[in-house]
Design a protein around this ligand. Structure first.
Ligand SMILES: [Zn+2]
Length: 315
């Protein structure tokens, strides 16, 4: 009898300790759950861009991100790898940390949110686990627009980022795929960044956006990615970094010019699409551009729907 009572008491105490444990767990988990809440449904657009490395989204969509953010729309850049082999002098954890700090500084200038996934640079694979990760991120952001590279690209991480983002299209709407995160009610519009690869098919832009009004700010954002541009990234060398402050200034100027020229080349290459979106006269005057192609696996917007997603025309 005594033994039974003692056991009962022990169970009761264990039960109380259990509840205390749950309460502590809840208290710890609640802020996390709140932090993971998608942005409120307030009529603002929600855009999520995936790049393979901590600099890809900034190069491809930095201008349009600035323009969306300036209108109060919500933009998130995700680097699918941590960039930990993207330098000629350093690698591993310290480089991953440095590159995360760099994209955070860029995000501050752009007025957007940024995240770097902890997957090794150069080792990304289109696994089921990674497909789930991308799906969850798109759902968490409650995205209207999802951007990423095309799966034909010189870099395996770019290719597989493209595959992973494509694989998440449609699946983001399937309730029992990743049931731990509520599915999206409608398939977002998925879009590709431009590239110059011709085989098996070249990039064909559906939208071309003039980024002239934000080009200096975009270049400021790219300037924060020092390890990649100023120092030359994986294929750089010590010879690129001059000791003389005047020469350092010159090197920075060259980097700005390189990216300004990249945007200029896109404006030249997609002049017909710029004329289509802005009218011939205004389209001719555009100096700097970014362009995007609709992926067939997401929602397929017509021109009127695209105008709502890119509210920059006729300004
Ligand atoms: Zn890259």
């Amino acid at each position: 009898m005594t033994t039974t009572l003692a056991w009962r008491r022990r169970y009761l105490l264990a039960g109380l300790a259990g509840w205390a444990g749950w309460a502590a767990w809840l208290a710890a988990a609640l802020p996390l759950a709140l932090a993971a809440e998608p942005p409120p449904d307030d009529g603002k657009l929600r855009i999520i861009c995936f790049g393979a490395h901590p600099d890809d989204c900034e190069i491809q969509a930095g201008g349009v991100a600035l323009m969306w953010a300036a209108k109060g729309h919500r933009v998130k850049f995700v680097s699918v790898t941590n960039g930990d082999i993207g330098h000629w002098r350093e690698a591993g954890g310290p480089l991953a940390k440095r590159r995360k700090t760099e994209v955070e500084a860029a995000a501050k200038i752009l007025g957007i949110t940024t995240e770097v996934l902890d997957i090794h640079d150069g080792e990304l694979l289109p696994t089921l686990e990674n497909r789930r990760t991308i799906t969850r991120l798109i759902r968490d952001w409650n995205a209207d627009v999802v951007m990423g590279p095309r799966p034909n690209d010189y870099h395996p991480d770019h290719r597989y980022t493209g595959v992973l983002v494509q694989d998440a299209a449609y699946m983001v709407t399937v309730p029992f795929f990743c049931p731990d995160v509520p599915c999206l009610k409608k398939n977002p519009v998925f879009m590709y960044f431009p590239d110059s690869f011709q085989k098996p098919n070249p990039f064909q832009p559906d939208v071309a956006v003039a980024v002239d009004s934000v080009i200096e700010k975009k270049l400021d954002a790219l300037d924060t990615l020092e390890s990649q541009f100023y120092e030359g990234g994986a294929n750089g060398s010590a010879a690129l970094i001059p000791a003389d402050p005047a020469k350092q200034q010159e090197r920075r100027r060259q980097m700005r010019e390189r990216f300004a020229n990249r945007s200029k080349a896109l404006a030249g290459r997609f002049r017909a699409q710029l004329a289509d979106w802005y009218g011939k006269e205004q389209g001719e005057r555009v100096l700097y551009a970014e362009a995007f192609e609709v992926c067939e696996y997401g929602q397929r917007p017509d021109k009127a729907a695209l105008k709502k997603l890119f509210p920059f025309f006729g300004e």
